[in-house]
Design a protein around this ligand. Structure first.
Ligand code: ADP
Ligand code: TRP
Length: 331
């Protein structure tokens, strides 16, 4: 096993869909097979946009159950709920004092809000709460609390990990070597998974295929994928097809080549192509779905796993926080 500590968080902002599966959940489950991994459901980070506690709790269960059902390596992975570790709130408060305000002004998500407000002729900070503004400080607290070496994230989160590294550097400069400097690792392999309408699959576009939808619903969703109006006989361009694109993430190389040929040769209607896609996706996900459904109807089991994860995470969090507190406030 590698010596590096891997850490990542995933926000419970929606029911996991196939885009999340390919782009985030599967790479994390794979990574857990060979690395000690801290993996948490970032419910505190959901708070700046979500105000319904039941919704956050529900999506937290869904996210945790998905990871477990997909085969997260429970020996290597410490799976927990971010909000269960009080030291992260405490560390964020302390890190406020070494974080330049200008750094937060440069954060992509805040800048995007400022630009949107400016274009609309609004006050630049309209709709910006301090949770959004200080989001990168809380994220630095997550990363530094568990002595992370490697932080696998999507490209949109790279800047946040770099900020965590900057904040660790400012802190070490003032108080002496206290934090390790983390590195972002950006997964580039997955690419963007298209949704039912061909745009990026995203809950914001309402075009998702839920990862663990019951079989009947999965089939119905796949049958709703938008296609062009080519007849079955016509040759079709697989690279332009959402059906083909999705298939590539679930099938092996031979199957993909075969399917490509069926597009190019003509003679296959989109209805048949969708059925082939459905059968493939369904066969890959069926066992995990059964386990997901079992866990979701035994919430106590998920609670116990998260509680055990929190217990293990807390051991490290307490040590780091004590070290930081001593560095800043003395014995
Ligand atoms: P959504 O777009 O539905 O709001 P999130 O932004 O919450 O999804 O994404 C959570 C994780 O899932 C991120 O790591 C992101 O990279 C990954 N992800 C989301 N949608 C896709 C997609 N269509 N293709 C690949 N990865 C995706
Ligand atoms: N901000 C991340 C996202 O939106 C989630 C997250 C919170 C995270 N804390 C983290 C990711 C720490 C990596 C490390 O996807």
């Amino acid at each position: 096993m590698s010596e590096k500590i891997v850490l990542t968080g995933i926000k419970p902002t929606g029911t996991p869909h196939l885009g999340n599966y390919v782009g985030a959940l599967k790479p994390l489950v794979d990574m857990s097979q060979n690395n000690r991994t801290f993996m948490f459901i970032a419910d505190l980070h959901a708070l700046n946009t979500m105000h319904d506690p039941h919704e956050i709790a529900e999506h937290t269960y869904e996210m945790a159950a998905s990871l477990i059902a997909m085969g997260l390596n429970m020996e290597n992975a410490i799976l927990f709920r971010q909000s269960d570790i009080v030291q992260v709130y405490q560390l964020a408060t302390l890190l406020n004092n070494v974080t330049p305000k200008g750094l937060m002004n440069r954060a992509h998500s805040y800048k995007a809000m400022v630009e949107k407000n400016t274009a609309a002729g609004e006050d630049i900070d309209a709709g910006v709460n301090m949770g959004l503004y200080t989001y990168p400080i809380l994220m630095a607290a997550d990363i530094l609390l568990y002595n992370s070496d490697i932080v696998p994230v999507g490209a949109d989160q790279k800047q946040h990990v770099e900020f965590a590294r900057d904040i660790a550097g400012y802190f070490n400069h003032i108080y002496g070597e206290t934090f390790k400097l983390p590195e972002p690792v950006i997964s580039e392999t997955a690419g963007t998974i298209p949704g039912l309408d061909g745009r990026k699959m995203s809950k914001s576009y309402d075009n998702t295929i839920p990862l663990f939808a019951p079989e009947g619903e999965l089939k119905k969703k796949i049958m709703r994928i938008i296609t062009d109006s080519k007849t079955p006989e016509e040759s079709k361009d697989p690279d332009e097809s959402t059906i083909f694109h999705l298939y590539c993430h679930f099938a092996n190389t031979d199957e993909i080549e075969n399917f490509r040929k069926m597009f190019v040769d003509g003679g296959m209607g989109y209805g048949t192509a969708k059925t082939i896609l459905f059968e493939k996706v369904n066969s890959v996900l069926a066992n995990a779905r059964t386990e997901y459904e079992r866990l979701m109807s035994n919430r106590g089991e998920i609670d116990a796993i998260l509680a055990d994860g929190a217990k293990r995470a807390r051991v490290v969090a307490e040590q780091t926080f004590a070290r930081v507190r001593r560095a800043m406030l003395g014995e």
